[in-house]
Design a protein around this ligand. Structure first.
Ligand code: ITT
Length: 214
């Protein structure tokens, strides 16, 4: 059984569409989100922490909204900004910008305690990038330079471009009402339609294909 590690049930609703019935359950575990300007190292560290907690295969999902005209803000700080400013304020701030283009990004981090076969798949490169970006502790994986074995994490990334608009729709979660893609906000789409184009859908598609052979 795969544990989808998140405090956000909306993410699991989307993920379930990509995985066989009964093969995934939510693990409501709030791993420490390290401060980083990229999602990869956050997901990698979270996956290791969650794996050690669960002692079972885990998938961590770290996502964020990157607004072009704000140099990518809130990005990795999206959760904090949603809780403090709220999405209406984010829209108001973006409304004053010349450039309201934005993107959602999602990085899934998978860890089951085993290594991964070398492969030309770009996902492996992402994993090495994350390890390199996170420094020697992450490469070792065991949280220290004490000679313990590395605990590898495989990363799967997804991206979707769009723009910030006044809130519309009541589906989805988080920033969905103010994120428009192809004329519709994510909150105006049902789960299948959002999955077909979304950052999470792209990452899950890659993960599900790889996981089927794992
Ligand atoms: P976990 O960390 O426990 O998974 P979270 O909701 O805090 O839950 P993130 O840190 O990945 O998850 O999310 C950062 C913020 O981006 C948070 O405010 C989410 O509501 C929002 N978010 C993530 N994915 C989203 C999506 O598909 N649509 C809209 N908002 C999203």
């Amino acid at each position: 059984m795969l544990r989808y590690v998140t405090t956000n049930p909306g993410k699991v609703r989307e993920a379930e569409r990509y995985l066989p019935d009964g093969s995934v359950e939510r693990l409501d575990f709030d791993y420490a989100e390290v401060q980083a300007d990229e999602l990869g190292p956050i997901a990698a560290r979270g996956a290791r922490e969650a794996y050690r907690h669960a002692d079972a295969p885990v998938l961590v999902d770290d996502a964020g909204l990157f607004v072009e005209g704000l140099d990518g803000f809130p990005g990795p700080y999206s959760s904090y900004v949603e809780d403090t400013l709220g999405i209406e304020r984010v829209h108001e701030i973006a409304a004053d910008l010349d450039d309201r283009r934005a993107a959602f990004r999602c990085v899934l981090g998978y860890c089951d305690g085993e290594g991964f076969a070398a492969s030309p798949d770009p996902v492996d490169r992402g994993d090495r990038d994350a390890a390199a970006a996170a420094g020697p502790d992450e490469e070792r994986g065991a949280g220290g330079s004490d000679g313990t074995d590395p605990l590898p994490v495989k990363l799967f990334e997804g991206y979707v471009p769009g723009r910030i608009v006044a809130p519309r729709g009541d589906g989805g979660f988080g920033y969905d009402p103010i994120f428009e893609h192809d004329g519709e906000t994510f909150a105006e789409m049902d789960t299948d339609r959002k999955n077909a184009v979304s950052h999470r859908g792209r990452a899950l598609e890659k993960f599900a294909e790889w996981y089927a052979d794992r």
